[in-house]
Design a protein around this ligand. Structure first.
Ligand code: MN
Length: 204
């Protein structure tokens, strides 16, 4: 499938005359770099974290109500959402309230990841295949999140596919961030500061 087709759902939900989110029309190809990941905090109708992994030119995305945890005992519900364009990893700002996902977004963490899945003969499993099979492990190299995580699919409420994000191995420090106090890895700002600056720049 072309990138354009994979972003159809994403584009169908949004009016790019109104929202400042990227349309994904100008995404440059990235060949030699390690794939990116980003965790955004999104103060929408319900506060949540958006966890996104670069896979084959788009950002595979999950909405995580409680956010990622560095504690291996915490299983975090991760609800799949539509693929996002690669440039979305830099998006920080305010989505207008009458738009899909209306509310404030900050880039809480960003970096790269390395697939870590192996089959029974210890051969690396291609990451897309791992996701299709419903179990993907990867090492995050972020500014905040570091170390191995796994995403595992299960049949959730009403048989809708849902995933769990779990820290593997010994946990790091930090636990779970408080979304209202957390600061952007990009700009150092909190959700409130991003919202206030957006209001100021509108003159409202
Ligand atoms: Mn979101």
């Amino acid at each position: 499938m072309s990138e354009k087709d994979r972003l159809r759902t994403y584009r169908g939900k949004r009016n790019f005359d109104t929202t400042a989110e990227p349309s994904g029309d100008h995404t440059a190809a990235r060949d030699d770099e390690e794939p990116a990941f980003v965790v955004q905090i999104h103060d929408a109708s319900t506060m949540h974290f958006d966890f996104r992994l670069e896979v084959d030119g788009v950002l595979k995305s999950w909405s995580i109500p409680k956010g990622p945890s560095t504690d291996p005992h915490d299983k975090r519900l991760a609800v799949p959402t539509e693929d996002h364009p690669l440039d979305y990893r830099d998006f920080e700002g305010v989505i207008p309230h009458d738009e899909y996902g209306g509310g404030t977004v900050i880039v809480w963490d960003r970096g790269t990841y390395r697939p870590a899945g192996h089959d029974k003969r210890d051969r690396p499993v291609p990451f897309e295949e791992a996701l299709e099979n419903g179990h993907a492990t990867f090492d995050l190299h972020g500014e905040k999140l570091r170390g191995r995580y796994a995403l595992t699919r299960f049949k959730g409420h009403e048989d809708k596919p849902t995933w769990l994000l779990v820290r593997k191995g010994s946990g790091g420090s930090g636990g779970t961030p408080d979304p209202r106090r957390a600061r952007s890895a990009r700009s150092g700002r909190t959700l409130r500061q991003v919202a206030e600056e957006a209001e100021g720049s509108d003159g409202t």
